[in-house]
Write a protein that binds this ligand. Structure first.
Ligand code: FAD
Length: 307
């Protein structure tokens, strides 16, 4: 059910920033599916963000912070509550630098690609593994994004969040509990930025590594179709994609949702897949893998909202 007019007015009055009501998730998610979200907020600064969080919290409205929506499936029934987009938190600056290293701060909404580019231009090494990951800084920290032997936790020095009371807090690396594709953090905490420790390196070597990674990604991943990246986390001893491939599941489809023919751990939207088709296909793959191998694959992608 959509929000009553009074709740919309109260939100506008208390928060004061940009908002879209009844916004289709399919317009934003990288997999191009999903129903309507009651409200998507786009705070422009810390004050607006704090006011939004306090308002939503005090009115018992569920909320979810989002970055680039690249690891997200919103069910076809949509989301009863608010998404808080960090897309306007894009500041990027050096907070400390020496001849040997530097600490770079990036706002939560800054695309990973911008930090990768800045690091390359300043001959800073350590973040090359993020080349080609389409997420934001906030999403990458929350998901402990990783690839090609690196993980965000390796370079995060500290993060800044706003808690459910609208208060700003900073956590150092030692205070953070990173796991495989997860940062253990209360769901109501919104990351507004992070600082990354990078080492000076050889610019040519950094460029070459980035190019190699981008090339490998386009060879192995179905980048020509909308997707949400890897669907399942990799078990410790074997990539999920290899298990799915060996069971002959590449190419199976429900409606327009299809297990990529190129990479077994990607589900692609061939044209007009619904979230229900995508989610049914995820479950079909999970159950088939379980029946045939006894392994229960764990989702990497986040599924939210109502069926
Ligand atoms: C083609 C493709 C390739 C990919 N390759 C990789 C890869 O190699 N490695 C990898 O790890 N991932 C990969 N991904 C998945 C995805 O890009 C990453 O998980 C990325 O870090 C998600 O960032 P996002 O901004 O899109 O997060 P979103 O999808 O917007 O959100 C993901 C989760 O993070 C939370 N979140 C987002 N922003 C914040 C914030 N500011 N504060 C608190 N919580 C927040 C959300 O609530 C949600 O739970 C790939 C995806 C695609 C489509």
């Amino acid at each position: 059910m959509a929000w009553e007019d009074s709740l919309r007015e109260d939100l506008r009055r208390n928060y004061g920033g940009a908002v879209l009501f009844d916004e289709p998730a399919a317009r934003h998610t990288s997999i191009r599916a999903g129903g309507k979200i009651d409200a998507v907020l786009f705070p422009a600064n810390q004050e607006e963000l704090s006011r939004a969080i306090v308002f939503l919290h005090n009115n018992n409205v569920p909320y979810l912070p989002v970055g680039n929506w690249t690891n997200l499936i919103v069910n076809d029934g949509g989301f009863r509550g608010a998404f808080i987009s960090l897309s306007r938190f894009r500041e990027i600056k050096n907070v400390f630098q020496t001849e040997k290293d530097a600490v770079v701060f990036a706002g939560a909404g800054c695309p990973l690609s911008e930090l990768v580019k800045k690091a390359k231009e300043e001959s800073l090494s350590g973040i090359e593994f993020c080349a080609g990951i389409p997420g934001s800084i906030g999403g990458a920290i929350r998901m402990n994004a990783g690839a090609f032997g690196g993980e965000i936790k390796d370079i995060v020095e500290r993060i800044t969040i706003i808690d459910k009371s609208g208060v700003l807090k900073t956590f150092s690396h030692e205070q953070l509990n990173f796991r495989y594709r997860n940062l253990v953090l209360p769901a109501e905490m919104v990351i507004i930025g992070g600082s990354f420790h990078l080492m000076r390196g050889d610019r040519k070597k950094i460029e070459d590594r980035i190019e190699k990674i981008i090339r490998e990604r386009s060879e192995k991943q179905p980048l020509e179709f909308p997707s949400a990246g890897s669907i399942f986390k990799n078990p410790v001893d074997c990539p999920a994609g290899k298990i799915i491939d060996e069971l002959g599941l590449k190419g199976i489809a429900i409606g327009d949702a299809q297990v990529s023919k190129k990479h077994g751990n990607f589900i692609v939207n061939r044209k007009n897949a619904t979230a229900a088709e995508i989610i049914s296909l995820i479950e079909m793959v999970r159950q088939t893998v379980f029946q045939k191998t006894g392994r229960m694959l764990e989702s990497e992608v986040k599924v939210v909202g109502e069926a």
